[in-house]
Design a binder for this molecule. Structure first.
Ligand code: NAP
Length: 234
């Protein structure tokens, strides 16, 4: 499978490395490849990440393309852009390149403009997952993996014991595709909780405030949510 990851940050790179290790083809989308490659400062958010060019030098098989070219060549798309700019990134990816494709949406709509802690926008009566699905009805959006740190997304064994990953989306076939990918990342079948349609993305996105509080309290990011009693009652 050929994956186009939209986003050059820690999430995009971490998912790219895992997909490569599983034998997939990967391209990464950015606003302007030359600008991204010329950056010398570490990535802005998440775990400290080397400048993109250093990562690229270690992964010469991964092509860095403008969002539109990446979206055109990808069979499955991954949204690993900042949640407040995801619609801009997808607009740049060009509607004509999105038709019928699965978009795995990992982004969180965190607004840091008022400082720490960030606030969610949209939230409560809307979500980024819904906003993307509404704005790009030609995409089949599946929200998942946004409730944990990047390294845990692709290697759930980093967290001891049982823990969960959520799935939200309107298209059952798209969710099946994403489920299979999660299994290949090492998520046990029972750990994948399908919450329902894309409207259910509100819940996992609104877990971010407690996730951020836990990060501060615990002093690390290798933790995740575990829902006891998650199996439906017979
Ligand atoms: P990030 O710094 O949040 O986002 C980086 C990407 O956003 C870059 O590709 C950048 O484009 C793009 N971007 C920034 N401004 C833009 C604009 N105005 N228009 C279009 N694109 C723009 O990266 P991240 O830390 O890897 O996080 C990615 C997403 O995953 C976020 O939504 C985050 O909330 C979510 N998430 C992160 C983690 C984690 O462990 N960090 C965990 C769960 C969920 P350029 O390449 O052109 O610079």
């Amino acid at each position: 499978m050929r994956y186009a990851i939209l986003g050059t940050g820690i999430v995009g790179r971490t998912v790219a490395e895992r997909l490569l290790s599983l034998g997939h083809d990967v391209v990464i989308g950015t606003r302007d490849p030359a600008t991204t490659l010329s950056r010398t400062e570490p990535a802005a958010t998440g775990a400290p990440a080397a400048p993109y060019a250093e990562w690229q030098a270690r992964h010469p098989e991964v092509e860095l393309l403008p969002f539109a070219d990446a979206a055109r060549t990808g069979e499955v798309l991954v949204n690993a852009t900042g949640g407040r700019v995801s619609v801009d990134a997808l607009n740049a990816a060009d509607a004509g390149h999105l038709d019928g494709k699965v978009l795995i949406d990992i982004a969180n709509p965190l607004d840091f403009s008022q400082g720490w802690p960030p606030v969610l926008d949209p939230a409560n009566t809307d979500s980024l997952g819904e906003l993307i699905q509404r704005t790009f009805p030609q995409l089949r959006v599946v929200k998942t993996l946004n409730t944990m740190t990047a390294a845990v997304m692709v290697d759930p064994t980093r967290v001891a014991g049982d823990h969960n990953v959520f799935l939200s989306g309107d298209d059952e076939d798209a969710k099946k595709t994403v489920r299979e990918l999660l299994y290949s990342f090492g998520w046990p079948e029972a750990s994948v909780l399908d919450l329902g349609g894309i409207q259910t993305a509100r819940g996992p996105e609104m877990l971010l405030p407690i996730w951020l509080q836990l990060m501060g309290k615990l002093g690390h990011v290798d933790f995740n949510f575990h829902i006891q009693g998650a199996q439906p009652k017979a």
